[in-house]
Design a protein around this ligand. Structure first.
Ligand code: C2O
Ligand code: CU
Length: 485
């Protein structure tokens, strides 16, 4: 559809190989061409060790791994229908890849090591090139050694702008992360810890917004903000309570949704999930209003304060439309869809890993095999199989061009944000009840024991990863391949 772009590229290489190590440098970002036709944006990403002032002084900078010397990496902005050409030069001491989370890209551009490309070795370069069919809020991150690479700070926002955006006063991106820091503000080295892998993943102790522990965010009464929230944490789930404000969700995982205030009043984001929220700043001039994360019961976490300026922008919120133009997603025909079942199990329950042998594991010598399975990193299972790498026989094969319903059961005691590559899907039911808004997602958060049905047209050929985005769960087996052919 968008293959008529003209390669009228504007090239401005700002990859500063060694300078990229220095934090705080301003990297000029290439501007789009203002041509009416689709254009191509050239971007360079340099994953490498760096330093970031995650926590305020008197703490020093934290050694991190990051893109272009910054946490988060540069915000990539392209317009819907445009093409991005992204040159990744690996400045890490280990292999990496970059995955464009939520973007419907061709399989060879999906950034999955071994499955869709050879990993990018240290010093090597790989060029990703794809069109952006959908407008929305997306992000990028490595898919190699993700627990550690993402956990050390390798991620960045990728915004695809609508050709005809809704009116707001400010368009703001907040990339949320959760770090496990030591007392000296260094990253705790205990990646892939067995306890994290078999329970809720690597939950940290320090939450950052855009790579900093934030103090306040200046606003004005009457202002309308489009807040793009991205959860880049390995494992932490956020349930954001905007206290005196009424957040109106207008998009989930980049895809427009009927504007609504979330049922719980909170904006819930599992790892990798995004929400675009319209916030009308309705507080009093000169006041401070907190945003509190209340996902984990009894453990409210003050994220940030809105700090109102003394002079209002306007007295009442504007009356501009909150409805985003829809994206060109193929509509699944649910009545004629092929049905598939997926069951997730594993993890700790009452001190026992519940694996593919179901109840038989508790008996006698089961304990030993359980222990050895755990040490082999097999803790979570998708239809009875624990993944040990990215190459595997497909768990499901979906006939291309057809509609499919995947009925998923979370047979574990834990939450899991389940992500499918290469497609967005409609979430059509939860525990047998139709969802209200049939939201499009690329990552769906499943509660313990929950059953969720998703529907999609399998229109993007290839082998696609399908996994839990709690990165420790993924690394411990909770991953499979869905083939579209
Ligand atoms: Cu955000 Cu398989 O990835
Ligand atoms: Cu999980």
């Amino acid at each position: 559809m968008f293959d008529t772009f003209k390669p009228t590229l504007q090239r401005r290489s700002f990859l500063a190989s060694s300078a990229a190590f220095a934090a705080g440098l301003a990297f000029p970002f290439p501007k789009r061409l203002s041509a009416k036709t689709a254009s191509i944006t050239e971007i360079s990403l340099n994953p490498a060790p760096g330093h970031a002032q995650l926590v305020p002084l008197p703490y020093g900078k934290t050694p991190v791994w990051c893109f272009n010397g910054k946490v988060p990496g540069p915000e990539i902005r392209i317009r819907q229908g445009d093409r991005a050409r992204i040159t990744v030069k690996n400045g890490l001491a280990e292999a990496t890849t970059v995955h464009w989370h939520g973007l419907r890209v061709p399989n060879a551009m999906d950034g999955v090591p071994d499955l869709t490309q050879r990993p990018i070795e240290p010093g090597e370069t790989f060029v990703y090139e794809f069109d952006a069919p959908d407008a929305g809020t997306f992000w990028y991150h490595p898919h190699q050694g993700s627990t550690e690479q993402v956990g050390r700070g390798l991620y960045g926002p990728l915004i695809v702008e609508e050709r005809d955006p809704i009116q707001v006063d400010r368009d703001v991106t907040w990339v949320l992360d959760d770090w496990r820091l030591t007392k000296s503000a260094e990253i705790s080295e205990d990646f892939n810890h067995l306890g994290d892998m078999s329970h809720s993943g690597r939950i940290g102790n320090t939450v950052t917004i855009n790579g900093r522990v934030p103090q306040s965010f200046g606003v004005r009464k009457g202002e309308r903000v489009r807040l793009r929230l991205i959860n880049a944490a390995n494992a932490r789930i956020f349930g954001l309570d905007f206290t005196d404000h009424d957040p109106v969700v207008i998009a989930l995982d980049g895809q427009p949704v009927e504007p609504h205030t979330p049922d719980s009043g909170r904006v819930v984001l599992g790892p990798a999930m995004r929400a675009d929220v319209i916030l009308d700043m309705t507080g009093k001039a000169g006041s401070r209003v907190p945003v509190i994360d209340r996902f984990y019961r009894g453990r409210g976490y003050l994220m940030i304060d809105f700090a109102y300026a003394d002079t209002p922008l306007r007295d009442l919120p504007p009356e501009w439309s909150k409805t985003l133009p829809s994206n060109p997603l193929p509509e699944p025909d649910i009545a004629n869809a092929q049905r598939h079942e997926v069951i997730f199990n594993g993890g700790m329950m009452g001190g026992m890993v519940m694996g593919d042998m179901g109840g038989s594991m508790g008996s006698g010598d089961g304990t030993e095999s359980m222990r050895s399975m755990m040490h082999a990193g097999k803790i979570w299972f998708v239809n009875g199989v624990a993944a040990t790498g990215h190459i595997m026989d497909p768990l499901l094969t979906l006939e291309r061009g057809r509609s499919h319903v995947i009925a998923m059961t979370n047979a574990t005691a834990w939450h899991h944000p389940i992500h499918l590559h290469g497609h967005s899907f409609r979430v059509i039911s939860r525990n047998g009840r139709p969802t209200l808004r049939r939201e499009w997602q690329d990552t769906v958060l499943m509660a313990p024991r929950e059953k969720v049905e998703i529907a999609l047209v399998a229109d993007n050929p290839g082998d696609w990863m399908f996994h839990c985005h709690i990165l420790e769960h993924q690394a411990a087996g909770m991953m499979g391949v869905i083939r579209v052919t």
